[in-house]
Design a protein around this ligand. Structure first.
Ligand SMILES: *Cc1c(COP(=O)(O)O)cnc(C)c1O
Length: 424
């Protein structure tokens, strides 16, 4: 039982045996699998079990595991350039590629994670507007920076912690919370604090309270409010960018944010993030302007090469999005059909290749409150059954199922067969 031995020993040296809490499977009664390797749509644990992977490293592995072009890019770059802390051509290539293929991005700043991207984008918005408060939505997750750890979705939600210890009140007094898909709740905040709101930050397709797409009119109204009150609209596309469509959620809704944050897919599986937007805003960043943000490892050549290989491959093969759409739709419809046959109350939300099956009696899931009606005990039972059946999904009701380009019809059928054999 190498799985169990390794994980138990890990608990002695790393809190919870993990380096990020969701991996510890705290809300399900299964010991986490210790993963040894992955290829395409499949991953293998230390006991030699094979799983069809629908976690995809929590989003990034859209090309499947160890895609040959990404591996080659990493190997070739690592042989010549690991880190210099100096400008390199490969960071230019990735920056130029993003700016020329994604709307509303004139310039980008590379960082090392989604957390860094969102906290830096908010700082930039405050620097630009010279205002202090930010509006975030209950159930949206924007990384683990202090000001965001209020009603922050998945990891924080499943553990039942209302935020986090170690965060002083002073760190969150400028964080205003509104309700997702509820424009009235945003209007109220503007009426109260109109002079001092620097930005609204939102996941345009929420993924961290389970998948909940924003309603179009809601995003349009947010854009109008930001224009009216001269504050910035930040789309946190860390999860949805290059995922729900190559050009991200903004292209689906046709609503233009002032700043956008990326991570996950854009690093091709290596630690990476970026934020970008209009030139006049981005030029406020140090060294050009007064907003300070830096990073020893930012723009690391190996990471940039992995990101460039991933994004160019996606961009040059737009049909992969059509294929994932088809398979995702098949999965969504299949889940609903089987749930109906089994008389399991369920709502399945989907945007492109991001899907969540909510175990709820609600007719729809449009807000965080809707998501919280889910039967998490039933989810835990379902999770246990699925992983035993060789289907790897996230161990929380409030996460997304992700497809990658290597998934086939057969993989989707296997997922559905596994669900069919689930006994409540
Ligand atoms: C994952 C995620 C983050 C945080 O990114 P890290 O790389 O884990 O720091 C921020 N925002 C959204 C929408 C995310 O999904």
């Amino acid at each position: 039982m190498r799985n169990l031995d390794i994980f138990n020993e890990s608990k002695q040296y790393m809190p919870g045996g993990v380096n990020s809490p969701v991996r510890a499977y705290k809300d399900v009664s299964v010991t986490p699998k210790v993963i040894k390797n992955g290829k395409g749509a499949y991953i293998y644990d230390e006991d030699g079990n094979k799983y069809i992977d629908f976690v995809c490293a929590w989003g990034p592995m859209i090309l499947g595991h160890c895609d040959e072009d990404v591996v080659k890019a990493i190997q070739n770059t690592a042989a010549q350039a690991i880190a210099f802390g100096a400008p390199t051509e490969i960071e230019l290539k990735l920056a130029k590629h993003i700016c020329s293929t994604v709307d509303n991005v004139d310039m980008v700043r590379m960082v090392n994670s989604g957390t860094e991207a969102t906290m830096s984008a908010v700082k930039l918005a405050r620097g630009y507007t010279e205002k202090n408060k930010i509006i975030k939505f209950a159930g949206c997750y924007h990384g683990h920076a202090e000001g965001f750890l209020v009603e922050a979705g998945s990891g924080v939600l499943t553990e039942g912690i209302p935020g986090s210890a170690g965060v002083p009140k002073e760190s969150i007094i400028n964080t205003l919370i509104a309700k997702y898909n509820d424009i009235e709740s945003v209007n109220e905040l503007f009426l109260k604090y109109s002079d001092d709101i620097a930005c609204i930050i939102i996941e345009p397709v929420a993924g961290n309270m389970g998948v909940i797409p924003a309603q179009k009119e809601f995003l349009v109204e947010l854009r109008n409010l930001c224009d009216k009150y001269k504050c910035l609209l930040i789309f946190d596309e860390v999860m949805s960018g290059f995922r729900v469509a190559y050009k991200g959620a903004q292209s689906i809704y046709n609503v233009s944010p002032d700043l956008i944050t990326f991570a996950k897919i854009m690093g091709g599986g290596l630690p990476c993030g970026a934020y970008g937007g209009k030139k006049e805003i981005m030029e406020l960043l140090s060294p050009m302007g007064p907003v300070y943000q830096a990073g020893t490892m930012s723009g690391n050549p190996v990471v940039m090469a992995a990101g460039y290989a991933t994004l160019t491959k996606l961009y040059n093969n737009p049909s992969v999005y059509d294929n994932m759409e088809k398979l995702s739709e098949k999965l969504q419809e299949g889940l609903l059909q089987i749930a109906k046959e089994k008389k399991i109350p369920m709502v399945v939300n989907r945007c492109g290749s991001m899907i969540t099956a909510f175990f709820t009696k609600n007719k729809e899931v449009k807000t965080f409150d809707d998501a919280k009606t889910c039967d998490v005990k039933l989810f835990a039972k379902y999770f246990e059954h699925m992983i035993k059946s060789g289907i790897n999904i996230a161990p929380s009701q409030f996460e997304a199922i992700f497809l990658n380009v290597k998934h086939t019809e057969v993989d989707i059928e296997k997922f559905l067969e596994a669900f069919k054999s689930f006994e409540v």
